[in-house]
Write a protein that binds this ligand. Structure first.
Ligand code: SME
Length: 161
């Protein structure tokens, strides 16, 4: 049974501990959907002040992203490469951190509560797998410090998918 851990230390220690928890959850399982589903659930219970956590997966044949495992309200299913925060991050293969989504040209609103967002590409063996997308109902929820911890989380995740 999953045991939720109380994180009382620094942000860095909390991320180290949740990243270890991710590795032990995914160890021994290679099904991509199952592992992404558990990663979304783990992050959703770990993060404060978020309203959507999930994945969009790259479909090379259609040059678009398609909705993957997530926690939150039902969301838009297909995002063309280069569109919205997710499509921009995927096509640039770079983390995109948006403090105020109303100021991001082409932002795709799925949940009206979302005010800020961070999208981190998942790249394995130089291939784009998809993106991790996290939305918050607070403006400027994601700091540069947290961006680097989330990137490390994704580094660990990509070894299991
Ligand atoms: N806001 C995203 C779309 C996905 S939802 O936030 C879940 C975007 O602009 O790409």
């Amino acid at each position: 049974m999953f045991q939720s851990i109380e994180h009382n230390g620094s942000l860095e220690e909390s991320y180290q501990s949740v990243t270890k928890q991710l590795a032990s959850l995914l160890e021994g399982e290679s099904n991509q959907i199952a592992n992404l589903a558990n990663a979304a659930a783990l992050l959703n219970q770990f993060l404060d002040n978020v309203n959507w956590v999930g994945f969009y997966l790259y479909q090379p044949q259609d040059q678009e992203l398609v909705l993957g495992p997530f926690q939150g309200l039902p969301a838009c299913i297909r995002i063309p490469m280069g569109k919205g925060v997710c499509g921009t991050s995927a096509s640039e293969r770079k983390t995109t951190r948006v403090g105020d989504v109303t100021q991001f040209p082409g932002h795709i609103a799925c949940d009206a509560a979302s005010c800020s967002e961070i999208v981190i590409p998942i790249i394995k063996n130089d291939q784009l797998i998809g993106v991790l997308d996290i939305d918050s109902p607070h403006y400027h929820r994601f700091t540069p410090e947290e961006e680097s911890y989330l990137e490390s989380f994704v580094q660990t995740l990509q070894t299991y998918i």
